[in-house]
Design a protein. Structure first.
Length: 402
């Protein structure tokens, strides 16, 4: 079977790209032909299909043509039309297509009798800023469809003009052109994602839950004496609250923070002001073997998000390594973490509770919880994900290539 994988980026930018590349490898392993379609970029991975990629849309350049492409990207439509004509795919699996690609491609795909499946990696179907988080708080204001709070709160980068543009784009593509109504089925990586989207008006009969997959690793780690946060360093990730909670704890373990983002300088100053330089290390971004080494030696991984995470790879990767995960009890993470069994859940808005959880790690049977962490991925692996995906793709003759 020939399957289009469509996403605005074709390099490892975040969780959506990680999933797209992982599922592409899985599909190819099973004998399918995977055809990527994306935006041109110097950062892109190599592919023979790059000749079909459309010209880069830089949203930081607030020009007329770039604004127009948000509503209808003629270049993307033209190049995708040629790709369809040359390759004749049967299924199109869409990922993050808003703004740069434009959802007008959905109509083109359906016109060519291609089944369209869209994975909801974030909350864009019901929230124009795609996070359900605004001005430091979880926000469900747009679920009623009015979107007026988007303008009042300036949810897009605290800018009225950018929020207005997002408002117009959402009204045009969702409410006037109704492109997303043409999607055959949506994939929600968590039950929480499905519930929120149904509350926001997405047809529940079209949404299938299929959790992102990571296969457990056989490698045995030798943990050191530190707790680890790794990921984007931004406000909604709650890293500042982790530092403050750590300050209140007995500080039995050190704390390592791996990642980059707009909050990094603020966190450095916070650590200095709390006189925690000897206990907390901000290590910046790490990749590949350096990151794996950092994760492997961690005593536990902390995910202190104050926004409702969908199903983050940080969680799944950590469990695959047998790491005890201390996670916020909001969003989709609590669907995987059984409190006290394979990890610990806490209220992210209670600094004192997180502090107590950090202290409690000393008395926990971390070896047993580590084994439970790996075992918890038995129901979230590549084979089971593939079986569900084939059912969503509605393929009658599934290749069984080992």
């Amino acid at each position: 079977m020939k399957i289009l994988q469509i996403n605005k980026f074709y390099y490892l930018k975040g969780g959506a790209e990680r999933y797209m590349f992982d599922v592409s490898k899985l599909l190819e392993k099973k004998g399918h032909t995977v055809i990527p379609f994306s935006m041109q970029s110097d950062k892109n991975y190599s592919t023979p299909y790059s000749k079909y990629f459309f010209k880069e849309v830089n949203l930081d350049k607030f020009g007329f043509l770039n604004i127009l492409k948000i509503f209808y990207n003629y270049d993307a439509l033209r190049r995708l039309k040629k790709l369809i004509r040359d390759e004749q795919p049967e299924v199109a699996h869409l990922h993050n297509i808003y703004y740069q690609v434009s959802p007008a491609i959905i109509k083109l795909l359906k016109k060519n009798n291609i089944r369209v499946v869209l994975t909801m990696h974030d909350y864009f179907m019901v929230c124009p800023n795609y996070q359900l988080f605004c001005n430091g708080q979880i926000c469900h204001a747009c679920l009623n469809g009015s979107l007026m709070s988007l303008l009042k709160q300036k949810c897009i980068k605290n800018s009225f003009s950018k929020s207005l543009l997002a408002y117009l784009e959402y009204k045009y593509n969702h409410n006037i052109k109704k492109y997303y109504d043409l999607v055959d089925e949506f994939i929600a990586p968590s039950q929480y994602m499905k519930d929120v989207c149904v509350a926001g008006g997405v047809n529940q009969d079209k949404i299938r839950v299929n959790v992102n997959f990571v296969d457990p690793l056989d490698k045995e780690d030798e943990p050191s004496d530190y707790l680890l946060y790794y990921g984007r360093v931004s406000r909604e990730k709650g890293v500042d609250k982790l530092i403050k909670a750590y300050k209140e704890s007995k500080q039995e373990y050190n704390l390592h923070i791996v990642g980059e983002g707009e909050e990094k300088d603020t966190l450095v100053e916070l650590i200095k002001s709390e006189q925690l330089e000897d206990k907390i290390k901000i290590l910046g971004a790490k990749y590949d073997n350096d990151l794996e080494n950092e994760i492997s030696k961690a005593k536990a991984v902390v995910i202190p998000s104050i926004w409702p995470e969908n199903m983050p790879y940080v969680l799944l990767e950590s469990l695959a390594r047998g790491k005890v995960v201390v996670a916020s009890n909001i969003g989709g993470m609590k669907e995987v973490i059984s409190d006290g069994e394979n990890g610990i859940l806490f209220n992210p808005f209670s600094q004192g509770e997180l502090s107590k959880v950090i202290d409690s790690l000393v008395d926990k049977n971390l070896d047993k919880m580590s084994k439970n962490a790996k075992n918890s991925l038995q129901s979230i692996n590549s084979l089971k994900h593939y079986d569900k995906l084939m059912n969503i793709y509605k393929v009658k003759n599934v290749p069984n290539i080992k």
